[in-house]
Write a protein that binds this ligand. Structure first.
Ligand SMILES: Nc1ncnc2c1ncn2[C@@H]1O[C@H](COP(=O)(O)OP(=O)(O)O)[C@@H](O)[C@H]1O
Ligand SMILES: [Mg+2]
Length: 438
């Protein structure tokens, strides 16, 4: 039932969008001004993604099959949901008519703000009804053959409307929303920048760790880790607090000593190499808790990430990260400490990108971020992967991490206890119970 995974993933997305609309309404009621570009991007996203794709696919495949199998039970649940699907675009179009006023006027447009709240609350009710009524009914009445057809429809990746290409466009739109949303919930930028998609490198082992151990005094925090990351792969490392995830990343980047084992990078044993020489080889680390230098200007923080790079390429690299995160450019001479949490996370990732990583180590990038930005961080990670950067991602947000990872490892008190593809892991009962809260 791949289709249900996809639908529920999309529901989480829509829920974040609805939550964001409420936060925006709060912000405007407190007198905050919100860029119109934000609403343009938001409404485009809803129109293209939700109305244009998610809903129509539900209607045509899932709901249609339910009506065939169990017309009466289906009608009770689906009549209302389908009516909401039909009416959605009109309501959205009405909200759009409020755009185009004088700058700042939206803040005092109480009708618009009320409409935003109502839309968000209806969207949440709609998602809830699908999760609590429609999906359970579908599980009950549909047959194996029904699911085969529905799964094919939902996972069709060559489809111009629903395939990978279309998803990349949604990511662009989502990126614009996160960029232009006010600082309290988004990145608070004036411009949205762009993502560049480059082809990934072919797969071959880039990192090979064998029997890795590391200690704090007498306590062994890593007890013989074997782990491999292939070129172009996105590998997630999940595990409870205190499992040793941060210690593992720090050992890879050479700031934490190892007591046994070997680290091989691009075919070379780097176990005894100093941290700065590992950066020079392309192992770049965005640490837990961001650790940006607060009093130092944003651009100087970025320069720090490039300390191993040739000087003459610095400007070009700065422009690359500024294109991705225009807010950092807008604020480049301000102290990094003035940035919001989400902006600081983007700075921490950008600082690592300034080292031109071959292997990017990300330690809990979504920790403590607003919902819109949690999604945006995963968005950014997907884009970095699409640009050919190999990534080792440590996350507490196991669901989202497994959703984008090619493969994953579970770490428990210093040992790897499970590994597999992202999809295998997210359907593994043990993982679901322990890390996905199911
Ligand atoms: N600086 C330190 N001194 C002593 N013990 C530490 C230190 N840092 C981490 N530990 C211990 O090592 C284990 C692994 O911690 P950590 O790598 O931070 O885990 P995670 O990132 O998975 O939450 C924990 O038991 C933790 O208490
Ligand atoms: Mg940690």
């Amino acid at each position: 039932m791949r289709a249900l995974d996809i639908i529920q993933d999309e529901h989480r997305n829509l829920w974040r969008i609805a939550t964001t609309m409420v936060l925006i309404a709060d912000e405007m009621e407190q007198g905050g001004t919100v860029d119109e570009g934000f609403f343009e991007a938001l409404f485009d996203y809803i129109r293209e993604f939700m109305d244009g794709c998610h809903h129509s696919k539900e209607d045509d495949y899932l709901f249609a099959a339910m009506r065939r199998r169990s017309p009466e039970a289906a009608a009770k649940v689906l009549d209302r949901l389908e009516a909401e699907h039909r009416n959605g675009p009109q309501i959205l179009a009405e909200m759009r008519t409020h755009l185009g006023q004088a700058p700042g006027a939206l803040t005092h447009d109480t009708v618009f703000i009320a409409a935003l709240r109502e839309y968000a609350s209806n969207l949440k009710a709609h998602v809830r009804a699908e999760e609590k009524e429609a999906i359970p009914l579908a599980r009950e009445v549909l047959t194996e053959e029904d699911w085969i057809d529905i799964d094919v429809a939902f996972s069709d990746n060559t489809d111009p409307l629903f395939g990978e290409l279309a998803r990349a466009e949604y990511r662009e739109l989502y990126h614009r929303i996160a960029m232009l949303a006010p600082e309290s919930i988004g990145l608070g930028g004036q411009s949205a920048g762009g993502f560049r998609h480059l082809a990934a490198d072919p797969h071959e082992a880039l990192l090979k760790v064998t029997g890795l151990e590391s200690c704090y005094g007498r306590i062994k925090a890593l007890k013989g880790i074997d782990l491999e990351v292939k070129k172009g792969e996105l590998v997630a490392l999940i595990g409870a607090n205190g499992a040793g995830k941060t210690t593992f990343l720090r050992t890879l980047s050479g700031v934490q000593p190892m007591s046994a084992g070997q680290i091989e990078f691009a075919g070379v044993n780097i176990s005894n190499l100093r941290a700065d020489l590992r950066v020079r080889r392309g192992i770049c680390h965005s640490p837990e808790g961001r650790q940006v230098f607060g009093p130092m200007a944003i651009e100087d923080n970025l320069r720090l990430g490039a300390y191993t790079r040739p000087r003459d390429q610095l400007d070009e690299d700065l422009e690359r990260v500024y294109a991705m995160f225009p807010i950092l450019k807008e604020k480049r001479s301000l102290p990094a400490g003035t940035l919001s949490g989400g902006q600081q996370q983007m700075l921490a990732i950008s600082r690592a990108l300034m080292g031109r990583p071959k292997l990017l180590l990300l330690d809990e990038p979504s920790m403590g971020l607003a919902p819109l930005l949690v999604e945006e961080v995963f968005n950014v990670i997907k884009t970095l992967k699409a640009q050919g950067i190999t990534i080792l991602l440590v996350e507490q947000n196991a669901f989202a991490a497994l959703g984008i990872a090619d493969r994953a490892y579970v770490l428990e008190t210093g040992s790897v206890t499970l590994s597999g593809t992202g999809r295998e892991m997210s359907s593994n009962e043990q993982v679901r119970a322990a890390y996905l809260g199911m």
